[in-house]
Design a protein around this ligand. Structure first.
Ligand code: CA
Length: 235
């Protein structure tokens, strides 16, 4: 295992302590910074393998820290956000963060997400089997025709609903990444507040059924218990 530390940028001592303890118990070495500027300095000094970054920091925002980091580093970044309905989530992902966790979170969820991102990141350079051609996203037998909101599998139209299409698009553009039900609702649903965990599960179920009917061997959606769903790259 690499000895490079995880950098935790978090100003609230109690939360920082919990995170540092959880990560160290899990075998990581940890560097803690209490402000955005300290975090940026630590990035240079410690050369971390992973950054856990609070959005609400006392000097500069986590978003600004993320922008600065991305100017010079591809290190995986996981945001900590304070509120359930923060628009920040989507903004954070657009800034080049790899994931986010909403406070309060369990230390176990946090470390599980860090492991999932590191696995994806450390395997990522092998080259995706997901390709984009003429504005379509393709993976194995599956093609999303983006400008027509249509999905085909082995050239058969899947008859996707808008939410099924939306989830497949999010999945295929972020293979191997674990999305929680909340994240899927935020990214895909027009009114996330009106949807529930069960809504997402119900659409995943119909989506799997549609794929299965066309190709019984093609089962790219993976369930992660307690976390959510991800999309496998083609074999
Ligand atoms: Ca904070």
């Amino acid at each position: 295992m690499s000895q490079a530390p995880v950098l935790v940028v978090e100003d609230e001592p109690a939360i920082a302590e919990t995170i540092v303890y959880a990560l160290e118990s899990d075998g990581f070495s940890v560097v803690h910074a209490g402000t955005g500027r300290e975090g940026l300095a630590a990035l240079k000094d410690a050369n971390p393998r992973f950054v856990v970054l609070d959005v609400g920091l006392p000097d500069i925002t986590g978003f600004d820290v993320c922008r600065e980091i991305r100017k010079e580093s591809e290190v995986p970044i996981l945001f900590l956000t304070a509120r359930e309905n923060e628009i920040d989530r989507v903004v954070g992902l657009e800034l080049g963060a790899d994931d986010y966790v909403v406070k309060p979170f369990s230390p176990r969820e946090l470390t599980a997400r860090i492991h999932a991102i590191l696995r994806r990141f450390e395997r990522g350079s092998s080259g995706p089997e997901i390709t984009e051609e003429r504005g379509n996203v393709c993976c194995g037998p599956l093609t999303l025709v983006l400008d027509q909101y249509r999905g085909t599998c082995q050239d058969a139209d899947l008859g996707l609903s808008r939410y099924e299409f939306g989830m497949l698009k999010v999945f295929m553009e972020n293979p191997e990444r674990v999305f929680s039900r909340d994240q899927l609702m935020d990214l895909v649903w027009d009114e996330p507040e009106a949807a529930s965990d069960r809504t997402v599960d119900a659409h995943i179920k119909t989506l799997r059924k549609k794929l299965h009917e066309v190709d019984p061997d093609f089962d790219p959606i993976v369930t992660h218990r307690g976390l959510g769903y991800s999309f496998k790259r083609a074999r």
